[in-house]
Design a protein around this ligand. Sequence first.
Ligand SMILES: [Zn+2]
Length: 229
Amino acid sequence: MGSDPHSTPRFFLLDEATWSSHDMDCHKVDPVNRGDAPNCPSCGETIGMLTWRPPYRVELVLYGRDFGDFVTCSGYDLLVSERFAEAFRAEGLTGLEGFYPAEVVKVRKKRRGPKPSVVPHYFAVTACFAHAAVDLENSHIRYSDPITCSECLCSGVDAIHGFTLQPGTWRGEDIFRARGLQGRLIVSERFARFVAHHGFTNMQLAPTEEYVDDPDSPPSPPSTPIAKA
Ligand SMILES: [Zn+2]
C-alpha cells in the first residue's frame, strides 16, 4: 500500500546527507556488468542511466564515523542497509525495485579512529520511473533545451530553484523519479515520516518547493532538512 494520492500531497527531494556522521561513498567493483538504459516509450529518448547487472560487488568509502543506511552509487543505482530494506518492506512502502544483496568487498576509511566492527548488509535498489510529472508552469527549473516530448518531458537540467509536481499525476509511490526530472529522487510525506521515525542515516530531505541546485549560485545550507543524521 502506498501513500494516499488523494490528499494534498507534499514531496521531498532525497539526497545523501553530505558531511554527516554517516557520510560514505560507494564504488562498484569489477566486473561491472551493465544493461540497457530505459527509453521513453513515446520519443525513444534515453530517460535514465545504464542499468547494473550482477554481480553486485562494491567498495565503500567511509567519511563519517559509521556506515549509513543509504548511499548512491554511479548511474541510478542505490544501496540501502538491511535495516532499511526490512522496514521498507515490512511497512509496505513502494517505489524501490531490486533489493539484490550487494557484496562489500572492501571498506576504505577516511577518518581517524576505530573502524566500525560490523559492516551492515546492503541491498542494491533502484527507484521506479513514475507517472508523476514536474509541473512545468509552477516550477523553477532551467532546462538546457526546450522540452519536446510530453511523455518523458526530458531535457538536461541546468538549475533548480524549487519545483512542484503536476496535480493528479502522482500515483502514490513513496520514492520515485518523476517525468521532467528523472535524475533526482523524490519521496512522499510518508517516506519522510518513515525516515524520521526509524532514524535512518545519510539521508537528507528538502521540500521540493525549497530545493535549490544551481551551479551558478553560491551554495547555501539546506533550508529545512527533515532528517539529517
Ligand atoms: Zn519522450
